[in-house]
Design a protein around this ligand. Structure first.
Ligand code: TMP
Length: 211
């Protein structure tokens, strides 16, 4: 029987430097002989990218937070059914830039939507698919904000105030403490190479368990 794949998700507030490390994870897993699928949320499918454009459009100022939460879950449902589920069944490594933890952190802790409600909605979307490991890039919101300032335009979510990001950050801390088996805290304030070394240790562990 074919081995089941590995599902890796990457989380953190905007500006935590996760994009660089996602490429590191991809290259490392390919070196180890895995076929790797890299995707992101919201997006990753034709329909999902359209939903992403609606969510992030700075003109959509009137968007209700329940609408927002459902849109993220809709893009997620499409990504699971179109890409993630089959890739995992085929034994591939799937790396997803953000997943359900983003909805807990941003819509739950950030916007104040009931966590239980977010869980119920997302259970419909994910159909039993859970990450094997989640990297949380831990960086103080002020530092992340400074990093983001260097990039030109900001989307609807990025225009949120520092208070919002502080709540999102606290949300991630709570999630990491609640699910220590799955969520690995990575100190993202350090050099790129040091961060990658940390990640490599966890990847080796997950590879050995999967073998
Ligand atoms: P990105 O900039 O990392 O691609 O993510 C887009 C934005 O969407 C980012 O500000 C985080 C936010 N987001 C949520 O609020 N809830 C979610 O469920 C996801 C996946 C992303």
């Amino acid at each position: 029987m074919m081995k089941k794949g590995i599902f890796i998700t990457v989380e953190g507030i905007d500006g935590s430097g996760k994009t660089t490390q996602i490429n590191f994870i991809k290259n490392y897993m390919e070196e180890k002989g895995y076929s790797v699928v890299l995707t992101r949320e919201p997006g990753g499918t034709k329909i999902g990218e359209k939903i992403r454009a609606i969510i992030l459009d700075p003109e959509n100022k009137e968007m209700d937070s329940i609408t927002e939460m459902l849109l993220y879950a809709s893009a997620r449902a499409q990504l699971i059914s179109e890409l993630i589920k089959s890739a995992i069944d085929e034994g591939k490594v799937v790396i997803c830039d953000r997943f359900v933890d983003s909805s807990f952190a941003y819509q739950g802790y950030g916007r104040g939507i009931d966590i239980e409600l977010i869980t119920r909605v997302n259970d419909i979307a994910i159909r039993g698919i859970k990450p094997d490991i989640t990297f949380w890039f831990d960086i103080p919101p002020e530092d992340a904000l400074k990093r983001r300032k260097t990039s030109s335009s900001s989307d609807r979510i990025e225009r949120e105030k520092i208070d919002f990001y502080n709540r999102v950050y606290d949300g991630y801390s709570i999630l990491a403490k609640t699910y220590p088996e799955r969520i690995k805290r990575i100190d993202a304030t350090r050099d790129i190479e040091q961060v990658s070394m940390d990640i490599k240790i966890w990847l080796d562990k997950i590879i050995n368990r999967a073998l």
